[in-house]
Design a protein around this ligand. Structure first.
Ligand code: 5AD
Ligand code: SF4
Length: 456
């Protein structure tokens, strides 16, 4: 019996892809190992979004080279695979720089993994970074029921891949290719299989998920809002989320879904990147700061309690002090419940990497610290405001200590509670009684949460 270990870096799409790779290999008799040391096949599922993410791959490959060498002296074989976006971006260069690698495989070829591995055993150094015409999802085997269950009550489901937006800082349109949406019927079948195995919450994912325009059962292109409405009818599914979105694609059907679908959780991750119109234009974001504010107003009108999240880049080429202040103003105006923020990292082959006015490192560091302090304060304030409220919590796993359970609030906050008689997958009203830096504490409430009580 061979063992595979998949190490994923980066976004949720990679988490989903890692599971699909494991499924493809399970069909060939591989079982999953918990560590690289325990595996015969190690797959690094890489991320290319920022320089640091890509560097990690090469340092990990250095470690694997030692491991592989040591094992070879014992007559034991190890196969090393680089998958994901670094594989797509660097291709054969990886094998030249790190001959320990047996196979380089891009995200569009995962369904070919078993045959590529066989090819690589005979002749190490195989590279497949094609964008084949066929739908890879049609060729990836479905996971077994027990496997779905073991992965938890909250699952990802890819509905869209690739991006046509070409923000000038971003490698995604090059590594993941053009936008492709899966047909509604295929997504529904996958959702039903997940729910049938006990999944309670699905996060539909895509690099630009709200640009979704897959073929519906009526032969017309459906929007993400329409898809969510249909998914909300899947028996057993209690919660829906989606990520990650572009402001330009927040259409009326999606905003209406936030108003009309109780299953659609009140949480929106909508990257804005910056607050200055000049920088937004240089980023090719195709919206201004005020347009973003108006979209948020419309979303809040549809779902007043929605928790907002975003991504920010500081130190984009040409960003002046005044530009950065516009970002700080936007943050103050909106009040985000959570956010991710990064220093601009030039990515080879993207337009921004060639732009004049690259911002010095210390300036980026200072801006990032200021931005993160503000975002942190808003996050704390948002969490503190939940104290005293009763919210529905999806129980996801046993907590850190005996008798403790860990789950998620509708606003994607981690919640710990101590109680008996509940099982993973239950959704229960919880009164929030306190906060810690990364989670909330609660106790089982006597009555339903306010929203549900008032809706009833
Ligand atoms: N430098 C810094 N951050 C980046 N992101 C994407 N590309 C870069 C880059 N070159 C950030 C954006 C995006 C998130 C996934 O990563 O904020 O929304
Ligand atoms: Fe990258 Fe922009 Fe596409 Fe997001 S919308 S994946 S940031 S190009």
């Amino acid at each position: 019996m061979k063992k595979v270990f998949v190490k994923s870096y980066g976004c949720q799409m990679n988490v989903y892809d890692a599971e699909r790779m494991a499924d493809a290999l399970a069909a060939k008799g591989y079982v999953e190992a918990r560590t690289a040391e325990d595996a015969d096949l190690v797959i690094l599922n890489t991320c290319h979004i920022r320089e640091k993410a890509a560097e990690k791959v090469y340092s990990e490959l250095g470690r694997l080279r030692e491991m592989k060498k040591e094992r070879a002296t014992e007559g034991r074989q190890t196969q090393v695979v680089v998958a994901g976006c670094v594989a797509q971006a660097e291709g054969g260069e990886i094998v030249r720089r790190a001959p320990v690698v047996d196979l380089v495989v891009g995200p569009q070829s995962y369904h070919r993994l078993p045959e590529l591995l066989a090819e690589a055993s005979a002749r190490p150094g195989v590279v497949d970074t094609e964008f084949p015409a066929e739908e890879k999802f049609d060729h990836l085997p479905a996971p077994a029921r027990e496997k779905i269950r073991a992965r938890g009550v909250s699952a990802f489901l890819t509905v869209q891949e690739g991006c046509d937006k070409f923000c000038t800082f971003c490698v995604v349109p090059y590594t993941r290719g053009a936008e492709v949406s899966r047909p509604v019927a295929k997504i529904l079948a996958e959702a039903e299989r997940l729910a049938g195995a006990g999944v309670r919450e699905i996060t539909v994912i895509g690099q630009n998920v709200n640009a979704y325009h897959g073929e519906g059962p009526d032969g017309r292109d459906w929007t993400l809002g329409m898809l969510l409405e249909r998914l909300a009818e899947v028996p057993g599914l209690a919660r829906l989320r989606y990520t990650t979105s572009h402001p330009r694609d927040m259409d009326e059907t999606l905003i209406a879904a936030h108003r009309d679908l109780p299953a659609l959780m009140p949480y929106l991750h909508l990257p804005v990147q910056a607050g200055s119109d000049a920088i937004l234009a240089a980023m090719n974001r195709r919206h201004t700061g005020d347009e973003y504010r108006r979209i948020i107003d419309a979303v809040r009108k549809a779902r007043p309690d929605i928790a907002l999240s975003s991504d920010f880049i500081v130190g984009f080429p040409g960003e002046s002090d005044a530009d950065f202040e516009a970002t700080m103003r936007l943050v103050a105006d909106i009040g985000f419940a959570s956010a991710y923020s990064f220093k601009y990292s030039p990515r080879p082959g993207t337009p921004a990497a060639e732009m004049e006015g690259q911002v010095p490192e210390p300036v980026k560091a200072e801006r990032l610290a200021r931005l993160q302090a503000a975002l942190d304060e808003d996050r704390r304030a948002f969490n503190a405001a939940t104290v005293g409220r009763t919210v529905d919590v999806l129980i996801e796993r046993p907590g850190r200590h005996a008798g403790q359970l860990a789950g998620k609030s509708p606003y994607l906050q981690a919640v710990q509670l101590e109680t008996e008689g509940l099982t993973v997958g239950d959704i229960v009203p919880v009164e929030i009684v306190g906060t810690a830096p990364n989670s909330l504490f609660g106790r089982l409430a006597a009555g339903p949460p306010e929203e549900r009580a008032s809706a009833a």
